[in-house]
Design a protein around this ligand. Structure first.
Ligand code: RUB
Length: 313
C-alpha cells in the first residue's frame, strides 16, 4: 500500500495535470515522471513485488489524469519496465533504477527538444510570418531559437478556446522579443494568405502518421492546405502511441462543458473535445529529433530509434 506522503506526490501531479495547471504533452510527461520518482524515493515497500504494485498504482492514477498523452504513458511504462527487468531484489536498489531511468528519459527529452529547435529554426525565414495554435513548449522553444539565431519574423497565435492556451504562447513570444499578433480561432482562414509557415505541436502520433493536437488544429491544417501554406508539426517521436499499430484508436479526451459555458441555458448540449486528428496528407513534415521526416516514415523510425516503446506493461 502507498503511505500517505507517497500518495501525495502522485495524486498532486495527477490533479494538477487534470486541472491544466500543467499543460502540454511534454510538461505533463515531465511532471508525471518526476512524481513517480518522488513517490518511489518515499516507498516503504518491503520487496520488489510490493514496490512494483506501488508503481502500477501510480501509473493507473497518472494515466487517468489525461486520456490523450502517449508521451506520459511511454515514459511511465519505460520506468516500470526497467524495474521489472532489473535483477536487483532490494527496494533501495530498485529506487536507484527508477531515478536512473527517469533522469535518462528526461535528458533525452531535453536533447530532442534542442535538436528540434535547431532543425526547425532553419525553416523560419527572415521577414516571415509564422502561425501557431495553442501552446506547445516544443514550438515556442523552436521559435525562440530562431530569434536567437538572428532571424526577424513575426508570430501569429490563436486564442485556442476554450481555455486560451494561446495566451501562454503570446506571453512567451513577447518575452522573447518576437512581434506577436493574437487572433480568434475562427480568423485563421482570414489571415492564412499572409502566413508563410504554420507550426504546431503534437500530443500523439499514430501508426498511420496522423497527428493529434489541440482541438482546431485540423481546421488550421485544412486552411493551410487550401492557401498552400506549409504546415509542420514539431514533436518528439516519443509521442507515438504504440497501441495504434494494433488497431486501437488514440482516445480523444472530452473535457467539462463548463470550460465552454459556465452557466449555460437549461437543455443545451455542449461538447468539448480537447484534441482532434490531423491526417498525414495535410502535414508537410514532422520536425523531430531525427530531422524533418515524412509522416509516412514514422513506424520505421520509431522501431529503429525506440524499440522499447513496443514493450508492454
Ligand atoms: C496542448 C497542446 C500542445 C501539445 C504539444 O494542449 O495541444 O500543442 O501538447 O505541447 P493542452 P508540447 O493545453 O490541452 O495540454 O510541445 O509542449 O509537448
Amino acid at each position: 500500500m502507498w503511505d500517505a506522503s507517497l500518495h501525495e506526490s502522485v495524486l498532486d501531479a495527477a490533479d494538477r495535470i487534470r486541472r491544466l495547471e500543467i499543460q502540454g504533452a511534454r510538461n505533463v510527461a515531465i511532471a508525471a515522471i518526476k512524481a513517480i520518482e518522488a513517490a518511489a524515493k518515499e516507498s516503504k515497500a518491503r520487496g520488489k513485488e510490493a514496490f512494483l504494485n506501488e508503481l502500477m498504482e501510480a501509473k493507473t492514477v497518472l494515466f487517468a489524469s489525461r486520456a490523450t498523452e502517449p508521451l506520459m504513458r511511454n515514459a511511465i511504462r519505460h520506468v516500470i519496465n526497467a524495474v521489472e527487468k532489473s535483477d536487483e531484489g532490494a527496494v533501495r536498489e530498485l529506487v536507484d533504477v527508477v531515478s536512473q531511468v527517469s533522469s535518462q528519459f528526461l535528458e533525452s527529452l531535453e536533447r530532442s527538444k534542442e535538436k528540434i529547435a535547431e532543425v526547425g529554426s532553419k525553416r523560419i525565414l527572415n521577414r516571415s510570418r509564422v502561425l501557431t495554435h495553442c501552446h506547445s513548449s516544443t514550438v515556442t522553444n523552436m521559435l525562440r531559437k530562431a530569434k536567437l539565431d538572428g532571424k526577424s519574423f513575426e508570430v501569429v497565435c490563436t486564442e485556442s478556446r476554450p481555455v486560451f492556451q494561446g495566451r501562454i504562447t503570446a506571453k512567451e513570444m513577447l518575452d522573447a522579443g518576437i512581434r506577436t499578433t493574437m487572433i480568434v480561432d475562427s480568423a485563421v482562414r482570414h489571415f492564412m494568405n499572409e502566413i508563410d509557415l504554420v507550426v504546431v505541436g503534437a500530443d500523439a502520433i499514430t501508426s498511420e502518421g496522423n497527428v493529434i493536437n489541440k482541438i482546431g488544429t485540423s481546421m488550421v491544417a485544412l486552411a493551410a492546405k487550401e492557401a498552400r501554406t506549409p504546415f509542420y508539426v514539431a514533436t518528439e517521436l516519443l509521442k507515438f502511441d504504440p497501441a495504434t499499430i494494433h488497431g486501437d484508436y488514440e482516445r480523444i479526451e472530452e473535457r467539462s462543458p463548463k470550460e465552454v459555458w459556465a452557466d449555460p441555458p437549461h437543455g443545451l448540449i455542449i461538447r468539448n473535445p480537447a484534441f482532434d486528428v490531423t491526417r498525414r496528407e495535410f502535414i508537410h513534415g514532422i520536425i523531430c529529433e531525427e530531422g524533418i521526416i515524412s509522416p509516412h516514415s514514422i513506424n520505421e523510425l520509431i522501431s529503429r530509434k525506440y524499440p522499447w516503446i513496443f514493450e508492454a506493461t
